[in-house]
Write a protein that binds this ligand. Structure first.
Ligand code: AMP
Length: 180
């Protein structure tokens, strides 16, 4: 599978964030999956990409020209698309994907997650979307989603459409089991 990973361009405050990004990268390579991501060398983005490469796996990145120096584009990827706009980057990140995973991250990660998840809810694609909830990082977001359902701004199947886990092997088992 080509698995698109959204995650922080920062490493986060707890070393467990980087460790779990590395663990995901190792498992992706071991299980023969290709990583697709935003093409940066920094933060959790760099950690997951380096771990896939170290395990002998393939990594495809997509980064806009304007962010090449800001996010420090990774120069050791299998393939790096350097594009003009954020929209082109996101089209590659979603077009290449068989599945999406959001690791902990900041506002960019949220925006990317919500786009692919809401587009799935609207029927624009049928690829699985997963949230890696390391150490409860996303618990406040999950509570907000429950609130949307309770207060009738979202259908009750909203949460069912999102795979939520804090275990890398469980995450990949569930993505691999997902009907194509
Ligand atoms: P962050 O989670 O904020 O560290 O950002 C993670 C990645 O998301 C980085 O590669 C950002 O360039 C990207 N990003 C930030 N804002 C957006 C946006 N509005 N749309 C798409 N990607 C974004």
């Amino acid at each position: 599978m080509h698995i698109t990973v959204f995650c922080g361009s920062k490493p986060g405050s707890d070393p467990a964030f980087v460790q779990s990004a590395q663990q995901l990268g190792e498992r992706l390579a071991q299980r023969g999956h290709h990583l697709v991501y935003g093409g940066a060398k920094v933060g959790l983005m760099g950690a997951v990409a380096n771990a896939v490469l170290a395990g002998g796996g393939e990594v495809i990145g997509a980064i806009p020209k304007a962010l090449v120096s800001k996010e420090v584009a990774h120069d050791g990827l299998t393939h790096l698309h350097i594009v003009d706009t954020m929209h082109e980057r996101k089209a590659i990140l979603s077009g290449e994907a068989d599945a999406f995973v959001a690791l902990p991250g900041g506002p960019g990660t949220m925006e990317e997650l919500f786009e692919v998840w809401t587009w799935r809810m609207l029927g624009y694609h049928n690829k699985p979307v997963a949230l890696f909830n390391l150490n409860g990082y996303y618990d406040p977001l999950l509570a907000m989603i429950e609130r949307m359902i309770q207060q009738e701004f979202a259908w009750s199947d909203l949460t069912a459409s999102l795979i939520v886990t804090d275990n890398v092997d469980d995450l990949l088992d569930r993505l691999e089991a997902y009907p194509a």
